[in-house]
Design a protein around this ligand. Structure first.
Ligand code: SF4
Length: 331
């Protein structure tokens, strides 16, 4: 399995390559990618250098043009495809039918990977994308169980990439309206579910409150670690019980099921986190490189080493990890 790492800056790109990523995915500095944070991402003029740097590490560069084009702004998405193709990147990651159509017609030799943002969760959907746009890989949404992934893999429509580590999103990826409802910004085009300007941390006699656009997300007791407020990971009162209603603030970690994913023929493992620091990227990629190599050497006896588990645990949201939907029994 290939290890696909994120990069939001030249520092993170270097960290990911030095730590052993097989491919690095990144976006341009505009709304064409779903991590459109201020200060992150790459200018089109940097793409050539990025590709050359990756070549020195025998690694690939994937460019995420994975948002849905806004009305009246198609020129931006078209330009992003042209710039990536011209820089000779290894693949585009896209979800919008218009972007996939334009790229496949204009650059038939350029690999297309179906983005997680397309939320393709059944083999017929994958077949349609393959037949229409010749996609060479699909990134699966983080809402599928291992059994469901196994069924998709059995159909062998297109090679699959799955998320291995990082933040969780429980909705149809990026099309969640929680953030739009609260802040007036789509997480898809604005780069974040809880934009920093909408977030407030307020000490109160009842504990530290976190709010997004004035909406109470959580209240923490003095000894509790307070996480960054994301609406889906808040604690709300439902039927007189206060609890994490949608999802707990924790990170996905699939080290435990690596041999199972390998046995299914999964082509690549994706690490989430283009918004993360170079230090975070270096540590996560180094750990996953070691784990993937060990799994490849001896999948039958593979057991995650405690040093890997500890290293990833420290970098996880709330210092906790979960297998998420891979192992969730409710559906
Ligand atoms: S608020 Fe939560 S569910 Fe919605 S897009 Fe963000 S991470 Fe996903």
């Amino acid at each position: 399995m290939d290890l696909v790492a994120p990069a939001g800056s030249p520092g993170s790109l270097k960290a990911a390559l030095e730590a052993g990523a097989d491919a690095v995915y990144l976006g341009l500095r505009d709304a064409t990618n779903a991590r459109n944070f201020p200060g992150l991402n790459f200018a089109p003029a940097q793409l050539h250098e990025v590709v050359e740097t990756a070549k020195r590490f025998q690694a690939q560069i994937y460019v995420a043009i994975n948002t849905y084009a806004r009305a009246g702004k198609w020129a931006d998405w078209k330009a992003a495809v042209d710039q990536a193709a011209e820089a000779n990147v290894s693949a585009l990651i896209a979800a919008d039918l218009a972007v996939l159509g334009y790229a496949s017609r204009t650059y038939p030799d350029l690999r297309l990977h179906l983005s997680v943002q397309a939320s393709a969760t059944n083999w017929r959907a994958l077949r349609l994308y393959r037949d229409l746009f010749n996609i060479r890989r699909a990134v699966l949404p983080r809402v599928l169980s291992l059994t469901q992934i196994a069924r998709l893999a059995e159909h062998d429509v297109v090679p699959l990439e799955v998320f291995g580590f990082g933040s969780l999103c429980i909705m149809a990826e990026g099309r969640c309206l929680l953030s739009s409802y609260a802040c007036g910004h789509s997480p898809n085009n604005y780069g974040a579910c809880s934009p920093a300007e909408s977030v407030a941390w307020i000490p109160t006699p009842g504990g530290l409150e976190t709010r997004v656009a004035g909406i109470l997300i959580d209240r923490f007791a003095p000894e509790e670690a307070a996480g960054y407020p994301t609406i889906c990971k808040g604690r709300f009162r439902v039927e007189n019980r206060i609890r994490h209603v949608f999802e707990e603030p924790t990170s996905l970690n699939t080290l435990d099921i690596l041999p199972k994913l390998a046995a299914l023929g999964i082509e690549a493992i994706k690490l989430e986190g283009r918004q993360r620091s170079p230090a975070y990227i270096a540590q996560v990629v180094r750990t996953w490189r070691a784990a993937l190599d060990a799994c490849q050497r001896d999948p039958v006896h593979f057991v995650p080493e405690s040093a890997w588990v500890q290293a990833l645990g420290k970098l996880s949201e709330g210092q906790q990890t979960t297998l998420g939907a891979y192992a969730r029994v409710w559906r």
